[in-house]
Design a protein around this ligand. Sequence first.
Ligand SMILES: Cc1cc2nc3c(=O)[nH]c(=O)nc-3n(C[C@H](O)[C@H](O)[C@H](O)COP(=O)(O)O)c2cc1C
Length: 180
Amino acid sequence: MGYCLPDEDCPQPLLDVFARSKTALTLASTQREDIPLVLVNEPFCNLSGYEPDEVLGRNCRFLQPEGGAGPVRERIRDFLADDAREDGRFVIPNQTRTGEAFLNVCYMAKIRHRTQAEYVLGSQFAVRTGGERAEAYETALRRDLTTLSDIFSESDWMLMGSMDAIANTSALLARHSLKD
Ligand SMILES: Cc1cc2nc3c(=O)[nH]c(=O)nc-3n(C[C@H](O)[C@H](O)[C@H](O)COP(=O)(O)O)c2cc1C
């Protein structure tokens, strides 16, 4: 299932991909104040523990613990503000609605309508177990993004980015734990 903010006119391909996807997906609008979530799917609600109406219309930072998520926040802000950057991946300390901490490997790609990035697509992966799940996730997300890209190619919408950032979740996590 996909859950959309009632007054948001999301393109149909996005609604379809969100409804069918097995991975957690979020869509935020850059056309609204503070880039709030306008579309989320069932896997995202399962991952975060929130109901759709508790998250739609809010900026996704509500997943970050009260003490803050550290310097990664600034890197996300820079990514969002820089028109030249199309997609990226961020490792963010997050917590579920009930306060369970998890490391979120969050992929973001901008979605352009004609000349302007109107949405940002986000996909969340909660690191709790080993590499096998990470590989299944990468495959599923790549499939979703390819579907979306193909359908968009017939329209004036465009999914930005190369998807290169999705690969090697396990290696990324290894690097991350070394840094910590
Ligand atoms: C589509 C999208 C999905 C996002 N998903 C998450 C997320 O799952 N967890 C998180 O901590 N931040 C997420 N963010 C990032 C925050 O919404 C916010 O951009 C970040 O905290 C930096 O801005 P701030 O310093 O104003 O909070 C997402 C942003 C976008 C645009």
